[in-house]
Design a protein around this ligand. Sequence first.
Ligand SMILES: [Zn+2]
Length: 485
Amino acid sequence: MRNLISSLLLLACSVAFASAQQYDVVLAGGRVMDPETGLDAVRNVGIQDGKIARITADPLTGRRTIPVAGLVVAPGFIDLHQHAQDLASQRVKALDGVTTALELEIGAPDVGQFLRSKEGHSLIHYGTAASHVAARALAFGAPLKNGAILPQSGPVTDQHATDAQIEQMQARLRSELDAGGLAVGMGIAYVPGATRLEVLDIFRLAASRSVPVYTHVRSVGRVEPGSSIEAVNEVIGDAAISGASLHIVHINSSCALDSMECLSMIEGARARGLDVTTEAYPYIAGMTAINSAVFNPGWQEKLGISYDKLVLPATGEHLTKDRFDVLHNSSTSQWVIIFSNTQELIDKIIPTPLVMIASDGAEGHPRNAGTFSRIIAQYVREKNSISLMDALRKMSLMPAQMLERSTPTARAKGRLQEGADADIVVFDPAAMIDHATFAKPMEPSTGVHYLLVAGAVLVDQGRIVPDTFPGRAIVGPGKQLAAAQ
Ligand SMILES: [Zn+2]
């Protein structure tokens, strides 16, 4: 009898133990929102080994339980277009709700070196495209130096390449994809000497490696030839001919006054079965390198602006012709802010269903620190032109789905579901707001209470946890194949 009682007790204990699994972290009682399944309900989330292990209305126990009642628990935001990859920028991105920030528009000039430099030193997940402009600079015998991602305007950017040089670029891009490049990044506007055939040949290379092309299209404005419409036509044609997936970056700045027309072109291409996507950032100004080929003669007519609309972020100085000439001809790269858009237009572009949000972030422009909170503050709360769920879709699920063209591991991102990666933002939907301005571009956003990256708590009660580097590399199929062999 005694034995029976003790066996029963033992059994009861083990049953209790099994149902009371202890998770690494439990987010208790938050408003859990998943843009893929539409779940929007109060739930407890159990996190184990970097994954979302359990989502339930039942209580869960964790080694750490974080009460998050009244806060939204959503997939961490994925920024497909982030240039600055340093820690200062990663800090402000984390406080803006971003758990993954990728350099895909242009790409790091050396993928292997980029990935090695970030390993173990990254707050959030990172990755890069293989860079066409860097491969071109190499083929012209003038490799990019000192961390620059864009070449200075000159022969490298303006001359046509020979057939042999195009083959050299393709060989370089192949080895960059083998090193882990997620896509081919094509800043066509920065290398106007690239012929239509060169661009098409690079699309063909991307298609042969089953990776997408991310592009800043050749030209902007309404002046023909060389309009935004022509430039978007070019890359949609290349996608159709080559079969490569295509992502057109910052439709707001690449198409300016014709943005809505460009969006309808993308919609048309998609309706005909082409895989074309796009993104925008919620600001009326852009930013780029003053000595780049974007400012080759003719830029004023194209952009419909003059020198006074160019502003140096460090000092707020508005340029004059003399000052412009000095900076444009300098071998030292410097950012310049370009005021070339209207609030009215941005407000039309952002809610368009096929537009995802990406920041194009770099130090000097408030979009680096404020893009994602600004969507919640301005478009969800103030203007009420996007639902909270649609905002989350544009900032997490849609970029994850785009990233799936590069790597199947992205299927575990952008979702608040059991089995997904525990990249999670916990924020106050009534208070989340951007503070970065053109005068103070690195001012962090507020309203993110917690941010988890691969299950590690990186933002704790609104503050970055020191000495925590949970960010991991996201690499393309070339690297994964190489690793499997
Ligand atoms: Zn760009």
